[in-house]
Structures are given as C-alpha cells and as structure tokens.
Design a protein around this ligand. Structure first.
Ligand code: SAM
Length: 227
C-alpha cells in the first residue's frame, strides 16, 4: 500500500505542534541545517525556487530572506501544514501550493533551485521523486535535500538508538500528543537509505556534483546535486 495517504493524514494531525517538536527534538539545531540547505542551493537570482514538502514553511521563508529577488513556491500535500505556513509567514510573498511530490504539476526546466526537508523518507520511491525534481529543474539548477539518515554502528549507536526509539516517541506523546507519528519518524529513519546510497540515487536520477554532509552525530544528512 502507498505511504502517501497515511503520511498526509499524519502531518495534517500534528501540524499545530510540529514546530515546537522540531525545536525540542533537535535541541534547536534544525535552523542551522535549514540555513545550510539554502546556502547549498546557491544564488537563484530572480528565478523560481521550489521548496517541496515545505510543511510549516521554514525553508521557504529562509529562501525568502536570503534570496530576496527570487520567486518562491512552498508546496506540500498536507493542507494543515500549508495553512500553518501561510499563517506564520503571511507577511512574506511566498506562493503556497498543494501538490504531491510524486507528480509535480510544473513544466520542465523551470526552477533554479529545488529543496526538500524530510520528504524522501516519506515516499515509496525516492528515485522516482528525484527524477521528477530533475525534470522541473533548469539546466545547472541545484537540488538540496535535508533528511534524517540511519546512524552508523559505532560507540554512540546505543545512545542514539535509545534516543530515537524511546525519547522521541515519548516527547511525541507529551508534546504532540501523538506518539505513533514520532515512532514512525524513528522507524522510517532506520529503514531509510544510508547517506552513501542516497547519493547514488541522486546520480541515478541524473544529477552531477553530488555530495552530502552529516550533522547531529550522523543522524541528519544534507545531500545536494546539480542538473
Ligand atoms: C517532516 S515534514 C517537513 C517539513 C519541512 N520541510 C521542514 O523542514 O520542517 C514532512 C513534510 O513532507 C510532506 N510530504 C510527505 N510526503 C509528501 C508528498 N508525497 N508530497 C508532498 N508533500 C509530502 C508532509 O506533508 C510534511 O509536511
């Protein structure tokens, strides 16, 4: 069964508490990772930028701050997440749009940059989505992806595993009143592609100059590439 409908429903349900949970789970580090995403996207000039799976809009808003001449779309299939983004950044000219990353409703070769935070872990076929992103990017356009990544089995592994398996669902229960959604975060992180494998999928989708950097004890990765 496709992950899509369940994921959409889950994000619709946690939209109100999503930002607070993010700050708590990442010890406030998430902003720094998003800033890195925008930096790696390069300068889009006055072209179009797409922040896919934009959620409550943090990455799209950072683009708006740092690339003030660019035209920015924040797209997501959860209408509650988009409604929150719209409310949080009502004073900024960002175009919020409902769409499914599996079937992007944009022409070929349109965007100077496409970013997505925590999307690929939630789709059935990462390669398919990466090919969609490749299609809508302009020549030499840049893709940047932020996501969790399965931790390596080193000395820290038992502590990281405990944090993921116990602390995060507990926080989810206390703060978001939804431990299942945050147990899903842990499960989907452990099942997700290793950072090296994900980089290979970027190459298979057609991207050049692919690289990645890890954060937070190797549990977060930012990948990038160029069309
Ligand atoms: C964990 S949130 C991340 C939000 C935001 N990018 C951030 O950095 O905080 C994941 C978002 O991906 C969206 N999403 C998941 N699968 C999607 C799909 N197939 N198409 C569009 N949005 C999707 C969810 O609705 C949710 O808002």
């Amino acid at each position: 069964m496709s992950k899509g409908p369940g994921v959409e429903k889950m994000f619709d349900a946690i939209a109100d508490r999503y930002d607070l949970m993010n700050r708590l789970m990442t010890f406030g580090q998430d902003r720094r990772w998003r800033e890195f995403v925008v930096e790696k996207a390069g300068d889009p000039g006055n072209g179009w930028v797409l922040d896919l799976a934009s959620g409550t809009g943090d990455i799209a808003a950072l683009f708006h701050q740092k690339a003030s001449s660019a035209k920015i779309i924040g797209a997501d299939f959860s209408r509650n997440m988009l409604a929150r983004a719209n409310k949080r950044f009502a004073d900024q000219q960002i175009f919020w749009q409902a769409c499914d990353a599996n079937k992007l409703p944009y022409d070929n070769d349109v965007f100077e940059a496409v970013s997505f935070g925590y999307l690929l872990r939630n789709v059935d076929d990462s390669l398919h989505v990466l090919k969609q992103v490749y299609r809508v990017l302009a020549e030499r356009g840049r893709v940047v992806c932020l996501d969790t990544t399965p931790p390596k089995k080193n000395l820290l592994y038992p502590f990281i595993r405990l944090y993921l398996a116990v602390i995060i669902p507990l926080l989810g229960m206390l703060i978001a009143r939804d431990s299942d959604a945050y147990a899903y975060l842990t499960g989907s992180t452990m099942d997700f592609h290793e950072a090296e494998q994900l980089a290979e999928l970027f190459r298979r989708a057609g991207f050049n100059k692919v690289g990645f950097k890890k954060f937070m004890f190797g549990t977060i990765a930012v990948h990038w590439g160029e069309k």
